[in-house]
Design a protein around this ligand. Structure first.
Ligand code: ZN
Length: 154
């Protein structure tokens, strides 16, 4: 999935995890779970455009994180930070292996590639749309205010 989608999942996990360690752990594990779902990401672009697509994805993730903290003001932000880091960590490790040639990450990289979208996608438009719908639903849930907060404002 895109980093933006992993970030949204990480925020969701961080919001409901009981402590920062579990937030990081579940964020990390969620990455593999959501990567296994058929999807499209920056990897569909040829190498010439891969860095541009990845840069846009990183930029959108940063905006999403900023907006989440700016507009929801979570009571336990540390859990959310750790969950975001955990959910992004597998792709960070993959970058370190494939681009910076950190050889000790080869086993991790191989595992990530095995788990990553194990079925061949015949309809990338459909799976891209599904990912966008998933992301929009998750954003709606994350930015939805609690009923008690609405009553206070009335
Ligand atoms: Zn991944």
């Amino acid at each position: 999935m895109t980093l933006t989608a992993h970030t949204a999942v990480g925020i969701f996990i961080g919001k409901y995890a009981s402590n920062p360690f579990l937030a990081f752990l579940f964020g990390f594990l969620s990455h593999f779970l959501f990567d296994a779902i058929p999807h499209i990401d920056a990897g569909i672009f040829i190498e010439k455009y891969l860095y541009y697509a990845a840069s846009v994805d990183i930029f959108l993730s940063a905006i999403f994180i900023f907006c989440f903290f700016r507009f929801t003001r979570p009571t336990h932000p540390l859990k959310i930070y750790w969950a975001i880091l955990g959910s992004a960590m597998p792709d960070i490790f993959t970058f370190f292996y494939s681009e910076l040639h950190f050889k000790f990450l080869k086993c991790f990289y191989d595992f990530h590639m095995i788990v990553h979208c194990p079925v061949k996608i015949n309809n990338p438009v459909f799976w891209g749309a599904m990912q966008i719908i998933f992301l929009v639903c998750l954003i709606f849930i994350l930015f939805k205010k609690k009923t008690s907060q609405k009553l206070v404002k009335l």
